[in-house]
Ligand binder design. Structure first.
Ligand SMILES: C[S@@+](CC[C@H](N)C(=O)[O-])C[C@H]1O[C@@H](n2cnc3c(N)ncnc32)[C@H](O)[C@@H]1O
Length: 376
């Protein structure tokens, strides 16, 4: 699978799929790094001056750029190609997984029924996912995170594993775990003496970004939750396949069944932008409840929250809200005061920090919100 390390649950590409997935990665790179330059030029030279002259107002907000570019041919072409890339990516990852699902499901059954199993999985069929994640087919994937054909269905997780690698332009490392690795690097850099005994990862999907915490803190018990049963089955099987101990359970991060103060570290990776304003507020309150005094929380999400300024860049960053079924994306990136939500949730005011966290290679960055429970 491209540059991913093989394990027993990883869907393997045939030569057609390899070619298709490489093409989709290249198309995304060309769209985001090259063709966007022409759209920017159109905006600066034509669309913006024309719109400012027509409205008598200078552009300040992403909605100004949206109005100006809506009928601009270079933006329309770029956006249409972006949507085609996304649709092809959805179809080609689904085909790749479905073609080999019986073999992957047999591997899953064997891994999770092995007597020397490391971790656990607790599913809860009574969970009702919040509307923000259930009323849209997120990322334009039919069924979103919730298409589930029964007890050994792991397709959602398998698609997420390879899909996230392709969506990430093939730059997420051989274990597809750059976000988890970035969280660990952040902790080791900022809190070198911090030794969490219990760690919780919220919204883990396929669990690849949970595993770096297992390796970084071998003495700790590691837990991970999500709303999606097929994602959690895959996450559990994948962790077993690579010999890592994690306790997975199907729970809502806004209101979990763990006791007060059970954890020393609560993390999430690109969870926030897929929730809602009240969802982020509730998740931060729940993280605060779950932490023991002196415990820390760390939430990573996309860097564009801090790196995109100005109407054009913010409008382009907002593409996923308008075209990729990510309803909260733009509001999370540009409209919500997340540090204030953390303070309101009860975290020590002067501990709340919002910054960019470099990946271990230093080639990319994630947005990071960190906070402490109690006084430093
Ligand atoms: C973009 S994925 C995050 C993937 C994973 N953390 C990673 O870095 O690869 C978002 C995940 O959050 C889950 N999710 C969304 N809202 C949630 C909630 N309230 N409680 C638990 N999980 C939630 C979704 O089911 C989905 O699997």
């Amino acid at each position: 699978m491209l540059g991913m390390a093989a394990h027993e649950l990883l869907p393997l590409q045939n030569s057609d799929e390899r070619a298709r997935h490489s093409f989709l990665i290249d198309l995304k790179i060309v769209l985001q790094d090259e063709l966007i330059k022409g759209v920017r030029e159109s905006y600066e030279k034509r669309a913006r001056p024309a719109d400012e002259a027509a409205t008598g107002r200078s552009h300040k907000h992403r909605h100004d750029a949206a109005r100006a570019l809506e009928n601009d041919p270079s933006y329309q072409l770029w956006s249409a190609l972006g949507r085609i890339q996304q649709d092809l990516y959805v179809d080609s990852t689904a085909e790749c997984v479905e073609r080999q699902l019986p073999r992957l499901q047999a591997n899953y059954q064997r891994l999770v029924s092995a007597p020397q199993k490391h971790g656990t999985l607790a599913l809860d069929a009574s969970i009702t996912p919040p509307r923000y994640i259930s009323v849209v087919d997120i990322h334009c994937i039919p069924g979103g995170y919730f298409s589930d054909n029964g007890d050994d269905d792991i397709a959602v997780g398998a698609r997420y594993d390879i899909g996230s690698y392709i969506f990430g332009r093939g730059q997420r490392g051989s274990m597809n775990d750059t976000r988890g690795q970035t969280g660990v690097k952040f902790i080791k850099t900022h809190w070198p003496d911090f030794k969490p005994r219990r760690i919780l990862d919220l919204g883990c999907t396929a669990g690849m970004n949970t595993l770096p915490y297992v390796d970084a803190f071998p003495e700790a018990e590691v837990y991970a939750i999500d709303l999606s049963a097929p994602a959690l089955r895959y996450a559990h099987g994948r962790a077993e396949a690579v010999g890592r101990k994690v306790h997975f359970s199907q729970q809502n991060a806004e209101s979990t069944n763990f006791p007060d103060g059970y954890f020393d570290l609560v993390v999430s990776h690109i969870l926030f932008h897929e929730t809602s304003r009240s969802g982020v507020e509730a998740i931060l309150k729940e993280a605060q409840r779950l932490l023991a005094p002196g415990g820390r929380t760390l939430h990573l999400d996309v860097s564009r929250r801090l790196t995109c300024t100005g109407p054009f860049d913010q409008f382009i960053a907002d593409w996923d809200t308008l075209n990729n079924n990510e309803p909260f994306w733009g509001a999370f990136l540009f409209d919500m005061d997340v540090p204030e939500a953390a303070r309101q949730a009860g975290f020590s005011h002067n501990s709340v920090r919002e910054e960019l966290a470099p990946t271990p290679s230093g080639k990319a960055r994630y947005w990071a919100l960190s906070a402490l429970k109690g006084e430093a």
